[in-house]
Design a protein around this ligand. Structure first.
Ligand code: PMV
Length: 326
């Protein structure tokens, strides 16, 4: 039986989360943690969905009725979108794996959706264009998130680093990270709802706009400066800007004790900058450090975080990693 393995990267929001909701800019980058989907043709009249990290398995009929396992709804929605676009639905097994913790703001769900569409269409012998990959994978995300901004999917498809503003096409940023600097991601292990954090920030902003507007303007200036620091490879400046951005997010009430603890551990061990990334109230922090300090920082973070890892940013987008025919 033919078998295809495809993968796609997760994302980190480096600057501007939350402020982006009200039309200011944000910067997101593809991270070297990937979701990986293996799709293989099977004998039988059904589709088998399997998630080893979640310990879940389910069978879905070829008429794509809702699956018994809630977590697999996304994939069935993707198959429905593929069917509506003229792709045939064939019996197959899909094994979905991810190096990212789920619901932690690293875009694991978008990356698995993208990897699934790429692996399945490649198995059919009709791999999709990048535009189609984005459109079809977004159908899955609508089930997972209601109204996704699309940034996670765009990063998962294309990789790299983007600056974006609501309602405008994102722009790619030519990033230069000197080899002696690294990024670290640490996960609080606390799952949180992006929607409620976003609502909290919006309520605060709307009730105190004349005061809070300056925080939004400052966040946008940080993005402006960060773009220069990223293209010039000025990591000392980038670290300072990360610290400032964390302070502003904290002012808007989306940090908490666990996030602040990880941020402070990273900084006290020599990180040039550290901030929460994504919606806050849980999920992950990202730190920037000199390579020589990375080991100590990760070691200390590991004592308090569910996961602490050195990662590359500006990582490549979705790829077919392996094809075995028959
Ligand atoms: O769901 P997360 O953790 O990737 O964060 C979303 C980023 C926000 O700016 C908070 C919301 C949004 O839609 O941009």
């Amino acid at each position: 039986m033919a078998r295809v393995v495809a993968s796609a990267p997760g994302k980190l929001i480096l600057f501007g989360e939350h402020f982006v909701v009200k039309g200011y800019r944000a910067i997101a980058t593809a991270v070297s943690l990937r979701a990986r989907v293996t799709v293989e043709g099977i004998e039988g009249n059904w589709i088998e969905l399997h998630s080893p990290p979640l310990g879940l398995k389910a069978k879905v009929t070829l008429d794509l009725k809702d699956p018994s396992v809630e977590e697999f709804k996304v994939y069935v929605e993707i198959l429905r979108a593929l069917k509506a676009s003229g792709y045939s639905i064939i019996p197959h097994r899909a094994i979905v794996d991810s190096e990212m913790p789920i619901a932690s703001g690293l875009g694991s769900s978008a990356a698995t959706s993208v990897a699934y569409v790429l692996a399945y269409t490649t198995l059919l012998g009709a791999p999709v264009s990048r535009e189609e990959l984005l459109r079809l994978s977004l159908e899955g995300e609508k089930v997972a998130h209601g109204r996704p901004s699309g940034v996670d999917n765009m990063i998962a498809v294309m990789g790299g680093t983007i600056v974006y503003r609501r309602g405008e096409n994102p722009r790619y940023v030519d990033v230069r990270i000197p080899g002696d600097y690294i990024f670290i991601v640490a996960d609080t292990g606390i799952k949180r709802s992006t929607r409620s954090a976003v609502e909290h920030v919006l309520r605060l902003a709307e009730s105190l706009w004349d005061t809070v507007e300056h925080i939004y303007i400052a966040a946008d200036r940080i993005v402006e400066r960060a773009l220069k620091a990223l293209t010039r490879g000025d990591m000392e400046l980038l670290g300072k800007l990360m610290n400032l951005n964390h302070g502003l997010l904290s002012a808007m009430g989306v940090s908490n004790m666990n996030l602040d603890m990880l941020v402070n551990i990273a900084r006290s061990r020599g990180a040039l900058g550290a901030k929460l990334t994504g919606a806050g109230w849980g999920g992950c922090v990202v730190a920037l450090a000199r390579r020589e300090d990375a080991h100590n920082i990760v070691g200390d973070l590991e004592r308090y975080a569910r996961l602490a890892k050195i990662v590359d940013v500006n990582a490549p987008g979705a790829v077919v990693e392996d094809i075995r025919s028959k």
